[in-house]
Design a binder for this molecule. Structure first.
Ligand SMILES: [Zn+2]
Ligand SMILES: [Zn+2]
Length: 327
């Protein structure tokens, strides 16, 4: 198989030819049709997330078809169209797993971080953590749902049911979740980097009733806000934009330091919460919902060999929507 591999953090991925992986017991091997490029991949490559498996094949928004199954797999068959997400394995034994919070498992493995991922022609996954997808569908447009969609969905649920919702950082996750929130009948207020007119127009085209810079105040006090950009200064900014009792949810795995702010910004039962990983239940509920919403993802495709260019364009905000690698 062909893959793009991270040999050392803070250095570019390198193309490699490897023997086709053999699925172990309970594993499936997937022929990759498309793999989304997530900001978390950038954090892994840039060294902001510590201790990845090395060498590592990044990528955790994988859509493909099963081409081999290991011993003991009975739920999935060769030829099935599936998605492989970030949550690659949980122990099932720790207090969090037993409490139904497998996203917080003490001994997890994450795809494209602690296990090899989808920047490749083939990927192996634990069958229990693979989502069956409808037989037909556009693989490229589905790939971003596997993380931007799933983590976005989890953060939307945790943000609560308020009518006016703010989305800070209008990238892959926000452009999906804006559509879900609109479908739910809520008003979306989109915040981009100050002066990013293109990003603001993109947000309006997806139904945002207001779009502006993150340094601007929205025209109404928001019920809740979700932060998708890895910028700590957005936490106090979002707290100032929400009403009493509102909640700010930070959805990224890494963020720059949060600057100090007066207690009065948090006072009156405003809350801050982070969202970590996903559960398989998040996946089932989101993939059941997605066709009803009719989510349309905006994607830009890169050949697998151009993974470094895709990461660089993401780092510099050179596209709207989501980047997807196609082997
Ligand atoms: Zn566990
Ligand atoms: Zn991700």
């Amino acid at each position: 198989m062909q893959a793009m591999q991270l040999i050392r953090q803070r250095s570019p991925l390198v193309p490699v030819s490897l023997p086709d992986p053999v699925p172990g017991p309970r594993d499936v091997r997937v022929r990759v049709a498309a793999c989304g490029v997530c900001r978390t991949d950038l954090h892994v490559v840039d060294g902001e997330l510590p201790n990845p498996k090395l060498p590592l094949i990044p990528g955790h928004e994988i859509v493909g078809r099963i081409d081999a199954v290991g011993e003991g797999v009975d739920s999935l068959r060769v030829g099935m169209r599936v998605g492989i997400p970030w949550l690659g394995y949980t122990c099932g034994l720790c207090p969090y797993c037993r409490r139904g919070q497998e996203n917080l498992c003490d001994n997890p493995q994450f795809t494209g971080y602690k296990r090899d991922g989808g920047y490749a022609t083939h990927a192996v996954a634990d069958a229990r953590f693979v989502f069956a997808l409808p037989k037909s569908g556009d693989d490229v447009h589905t790939a971003p749902l596997l993380c931007a969609g799933l983590i976005g969905w989890r953060s939307l649920v945790i943000a609560g049911a308020g009518e006016n919702i703010g989305l800070y950082g209008f990238g892959a996750a926000a452009h999906i979740i804006a559509q879900v929130a609109r479908w739910q009948g809520r008003n979306v207020y989109a915040f981009t980097s100050p002066g990013d007119q293109k990003g603001q127009a993109f947000a309006r085209s997806l139904g945002a009733c207001w779009a502006g810079g993150s340094d601007e105040a929205p025209p109404v006090l928001l019920d809740c806000a979700i932060i998708y950009a890895p910028v700590g200064a957005l936490v106090p900014a979002a707290l100032r934009a929400i009403r009493k009792g509102g909640r700010v949810v930070s959805a990224g795995i890494h963020m720059s330091d949060i600057p100090s702010f007066p207690y009065s910004t948090l006072w009156e039962e405003r809350g801050i919460m982070s969202v970590a990983n996903l559960t398989r239940e998040d996946g089932s509920s989101f993939f059941a919902l997605a066709p009803k919403v009719g989510i349309r993802t905006q994607t830009i495709t890169y050949p697998l060999a151009e993974a470094n260019a895709a990461l660089s364009d993401l780092r510099h905000g050179r596209f709207e929507g989501a980047a997807v690698l196609v082997p």
